[in-house]
Ligand binder design. Sequence first.
Ligand SMILES: Cc1cc2nc3c(=O)[nH]c(=O)nc-3n(C[C@H](O)[C@H](O)[C@H](O)COP(=O)(O)O)c2cc1C
Length: 181
Amino acid sequence: MKKSILVVTGSPRVGGNSDLLADAFIKGAAKAGHEVVKCEAGRKNIMGCKACDTCYSKGKPCSFDDDFNSIAPLMEKADVIVFITPLYWFTFPTQLKALIDKTYSFIIGKKEQNIKESMLLVCGEEKDEAVFDGIITTYERIANYQKWTDRGQLIVPGVLNKGDVLSTNYLVLAEKMGHNI
Ligand SMILES: Cc1cc2nc3c(=O)[nH]c(=O)nc-3n(C[C@H](O)[C@H](O)[C@H](O)COP(=O)(O)O)c2cc1C
């Protein structure tokens, strides 16, 4: 069945390791016939949630204008959300976390969500996979709270500089994950 997949990336670095993982994932998903939209959250201007609780009451998702208001309709439409991100200080980079925080507006605004499934692909410098525990737990808690079925996780350790992932097998795995979703 054709799915509408929203790939949300977390890095501000153009052509970096997570961008390459995202491109591989998208290639696999597109080959399988899915509709894929890429949202480069790491390069967007998204403020933190102000907890004003006025979401959707002023004709827009967030009352404070930033790039979240153009991303929210993409989230409302998607069946699947896939986070592809670097690890920053053991968790999500700030821009991507700000986007996640602002999904609070769907709860306050009582907006029905189509998203039923999720995935996480995360890369980082350290070789020890245990340092990814924080982001994995956060992701799993969010998926559980949102009633998303976790369709898989890929931890990509040991990649620091732009392009390091090219000399690993992880791009092949990311493409397979996209193809098999
Ligand atoms: C602000 C910042 C924080 C980081 N924190 C971590 C970390 O906690 N653990 C880790 O293994 N790598 C950390 N890294 C390294 C990145 O995760 C790594 O370089 C990754 O490959 C970058 O992905 P990108 O090329 O897609 O930007 C950090 C990098 C930056 C810039």
